[in-house]
Design a protein around this ligand. Structure first.
Ligand code: URA
Length: 251
């Protein structure tokens, strides 16, 4: 059989694109594209039909000829990335990267979104491709909380401008919440909540309103907070956190 659907759909059967996404191949949408392009094979036959179901525990699935291991349990972690560490799993230039936080964990994990190398704080790591894709996608508008040390004493009108929205070179951006935590020696500590993921968005936004960022930390994504997680440490998401996030991204 080539280029078609699968003949069987037993009680264990799961849609092929879901199995692919859950195995960390890519987002479900991208997996559908891979299937449509004839790059996915099940038990030796190319499967292009998007509704096709397979038993994830027994099917021999290949993408571009490469065998996909049997679906494993998903892992959902939160890390406290130190400042100076790049937000990649394997930095080609040999700088400290997220892999270093994971010891010898066997899973192929990837990070959800990026923090600047100079930013510390919360990063989610997972091997659930669809979850990662949705969590990073702006359409789900997950709120992220940042604490920044900025230059200058922040006046009340700055808060008003940020809440109303500011226009940057790549379009408007606003914050969902903003407060000044304190000021000392010509610097201020501020906390803001934003549901944007554009590059350097917090640094650009605060510079635009006259308060360049001196230090930046991400302290929460949606319901997940850093709490007392030490810099450089990793923990599992709690069942409550994961449940809330799965609901938030419609999974
Ligand atoms: N905004 C930034 O400017 N930097 C980050 O690392 C995250 C958000």
């Amino acid at each position: 059989m080539t280029g078609g659907s699968l003949p069987t759909a037993g009680p264990q059967a799961v849609r092929l694109q879901k199995v692919l996404a859950q195995s960390g191949v890519a987002s479900r949408r991208k997996c559908e594209t891979l299937m449509a392009a004839g790059r996915v094979e099940v038990d030796g036959a190319v499967v292009t039909q998007l509704g096709s179901r397979v038993d994830p525990e027994t099917a021999v699935i290949r993408v571009d000829g490469k065998r996909l291991p049997v679906a494993q349990r998903h892992v959902y972690l939160v890390a406290n990335k130190p400042r100076g560490m790049v937000s990649t799993m394997a930095d080609e230039a040999g700088r400290p990267d997220l892999r270093e936080l994971l010891g010898d964990r066997p899973e192929r994990l990837f990070h959800v979104g990026r923090l600047d190398t100079d930013t510390d704080g919360l990063v989610v790591l997972t091997n659930d491709g669809e979850f990662a894709h949705r969590l990073a996608h702006p359409s789900y508008e997950l709120q992220k909380t940042y604490v920044a040390q900025v230059a200058g004493v922040v006046k009340p009108r700055v808060r008003r401008s940020l809440l109303e929205g500011v226009v940057l070179e790549d379009g408007p951006v606003g914050v969902d919440a903003f407060r000044v935590v304190g000021s000392h020696g010509g610097r201020s500590m501020v906390e803001l909540v934003i549901h944007e993921g554009r590059n350097h968005i917090v640094r650009r936004l605060l510079a635009e309103v006259g308060h360049p960022v001196l230090r930046l930390s991400r302290t929460a994504i949606g319901p997940i907070g850093l709490g007392h997680l030490a810099s450089g440490s990793v923990r599992d998401l709690t069942a409550d956190e994961l449940g809330t996030l799965l609901d938030a991204v419609g999974l």
